[in-house]
Design a protein around this ligand. Sequence first.
Ligand SMILES: Cc1ncc(COP(=O)(O)O)c(C=O)c1O
Length: 371
Amino acid sequence: MFMNHIKIPYENLKRVNEKYFKDLELHSKNVIESGWYILGENVREFENEFAQVNNIEYCVGVASGLDALVIGLAVFDFPKGAKILVPSNAYIACVLAVIQAGFTPVLVEPNYDTCNIDVSGLKNKYSNDCVAILAVHMYGRMCPMPEIMIFAKNNNLKVIEDCAQSHFAEIQGKKAGTYGDIGAFSFYPTKNLGALGDAGAIICDSEEVYLKIQALRNYGSHKKYHNKYIGWNSRLDEIQASFLRLKLSDYKMVIQKKRELASIYLDELTGITEVKLPQTEGVNHVWHIFNIRCEQRDELKIFLEKHGVGTEIHYPITPSKQDGYAHLFANQIYPISDRIHFETLSLPISTFLQKEDVEEIASIIKIFYES
Ligand SMILES: Cc1ncc(COP(=O)(O)O)c(C=O)c1O
């Protein structure tokens, strides 16, 4: 409605990537001229570098974050239709991955304060036929993994961590994706580590799991025309891997910049009683998304737009209420998730923004609540 007045957009990928343009051109030229476009040196090196940064043994590049989840679930040979505990408030990819892998999603309500699942939510939905937990680290903040791992161990559950929104977040110095059996990543262009197209990766510590995932992403094959498993075609492109290598070398700057912007929001917005700010205690937040919660969410969104600020909602509709999924969750209620979806608003926090942009956004929010 007010789109052409937007002075501070929610995201601008051209501006995010501008500083890399020259190097990206060089990287793409090198790939083009190499004549090797699928599963070559760049994928191998990116996998090594990404594993190293995460302080884990193995990494396998795949075509998207969704595929990382599907393959990360399928690798364990759970019985067909087995139950997977998955948050009720996450992105649709999380529920879809469970279904595509041939299993049954059991929706777990998140903790209202953190928007992440925790052990009390898991206990409410756990039954003997659950085989795994899909722990989704929402917005850049990790789920309480030490406690979740104890619960999983006690109940013989595998743990797949969805790190699409939380690359390099940490709890007790241990990175997202390294607590569970599998860490699944998306490098969708808007992510803290973003490619220039679709891309994803899986990390793990087990050689056996690693070798199987390597085959699953490539038609179930380790050896050309020999297919040990029924797999997928989900290979990370050489060209995206070469871009990711370049951007990986700058990931600390991305997190530092986002932390600086987040701390301005936190300082400026503290004291507005109607606004619930994201919680930061005890976690090393990486701010993929800066979400506030407020009852007048829709009015505030329109007010910000009217004053030239773009925002997003992550997410307006819960998976259980999506048209294509509602039949799977008939007669089930998710009040915490509903409340989060009704109240959540994501403020701009991309790396192209300046300190002054965030100060301006905060002052517009103050005006909204003063008027
Ligand atoms: C939490 C979460 N999981 C999975 C995905 C899927 O990633 P992709 O879009 O790369 O398939 C996303 C993407 O936004 C996500 O936010």
